[in-house]
Design a protein around this ligand. Structure first.
Ligand code: DAH
Length: 337
């Protein structure tokens, strides 16, 4: 039996150990054969014969068990060594994400105005009638309220239809001078090739003492800004109407696709409308209790900017989360460094 024990102790693999188990304790194993001899042993000798065999069986079983544990540990160590992962290794196949064109355009605009010392202000998406309309010189029954197809809630709150209410909140909580932008989400009941029910705007407001801020300041800032965003474009101001500014203007740039000669995108006009602006109406200052102040404001839609900058044809594709579209903007990340 000692021979078997020695063999077990020197087994070097789990397979070898298993075959030794079969050779000793298996159906045709040496010990099993010895046990079978019991029936031929004289009754007087049976007890000591059985005791002897059981002792041997115990020794073999213990040797097999402890060797098994030892070999399993060795096998696991080997496996761990073989399977270890080098987390510092560079994997060329990993693909990185891309900035969404709306987020990227938004960030570009925010950074531009941060460099001009504007602050970034925020307001709630669920607004009330006062901030979204009344204080912006849009009293009840004012026909200009039709411009916005508003989502109303049962409790008379509403989803803000523009970022202009942030002007009101900022003036109510801060003293002039103010130089702020308010980027954010806005909502309107509209859905077609040029409208989605949720989209993004950036509002800007500059306020200082009376007569300090004029339309000329507004014009200068906007021409510089639009040429920064679109390159060498022409900029024109068209007289328009917004309740919160007087005078008001809509601003066009020469078409970025046909350079002003006329194409399908600009409806053959050579011009693309990009934002609304004006000199802050006195009624707005009255609503927030500002006395002897002057200022300008403007507001723009981020999606429109993103579509013109990246030649995206259908506004809705910006919200479909199609990674084939988003994948085309990876270079924006690289450019940002
Ligand atoms: N709130 C306007 C809109 O949603 C955009 C706008 C136009 C904002 C003129 C302004 C402004 O501050 O002066 O269409």
């Amino acid at each position: 039996m000692e021979l078997w024990i020695k063999k077990i102790e020197s087994a070097s693999t789990l397979e070898e150990l298993e075959s030794l188990r079969v050779d000793t304790l298996g159906k045709k194993g040496v010990l099993t054969i010895e046990f079978a001899k019991m029936k031929d042993i004289l009754a007087v000798d049976k007890k000591s014969f059985a005791e002897n065999l059981n002792r041997q069986k115990d020794q073999i079983t213990k040797a097999l068990d402890s060797k098994k544990i030892e070999l399993e540990i060795i096998a696991l160590d080997k496996k761990l060594q073989f399977e270890k992962i080098d987390v510092t290794k560079f994997n060329n196949e990993l693909s990185c994400g891309a900035a969404h064109p709306v987020a990227e355009t938004m960030n570009r605009i925010i950074n531009y105005f941060l460099n001009l010392n504007f602050t970034v202000e925020e307001g709630p998406l669920v607004e009330d009638d006062f901030h979204n309309f009344q204080a912006l010189n849009l009293p009840e029954y004012h026909p200009a309220r039709d411009m916005a197809d508003t989502f109303y809630n049962k409790d008379y709150t509403l989803l803000r239809t523009h970022t202009s209410p942030v002007q009101i909140r900022t003036m109510l909580s801060q003293k002039a001078p103010i130089r702020m932008i308010a980027p954010g989400t806005v909502f309107r009941r509209d859905f077609d090739i040029t409208h989605t029910p949720m989209f993004h705007q950036i509002e800007a407001l500059v306020v200082d003492e009376a007569d300090k801020i004029s339309f000329a300041n507004l014009k200068h800032v906007l021409v510089e800004f639009l040429q920064h965003m679109f390159g060498e474009v022409e900029v024109r101001f068209r007289p328009s109407y917004f309740p919160f500014t007087e005078p008001s203007a809509e601003v066009d740039i020469s078409c970025v696709f046909c350079k002003g000669s006329g194409c399908r995108v600009c409806s053959q006009t050579g011009w693309l409308e990009v934002l609304g602006c004006g000199v802050v109406d006195q009624n707005v200052f009255d609503a927030v209790g500002y006395k002897d102040k002057s200022g300008y404001a403007f507001g723009l839609g981020i999606e429109r900017f993103a579509m013109l900058i990246h030649s995206i044809g259908d506004l809705r594709s910006l919200f479909e989360s199609d990674t084939r579209l988003l994948g085309q903007f990876k270079w924006l990340l690289q450019e940002d460094g």
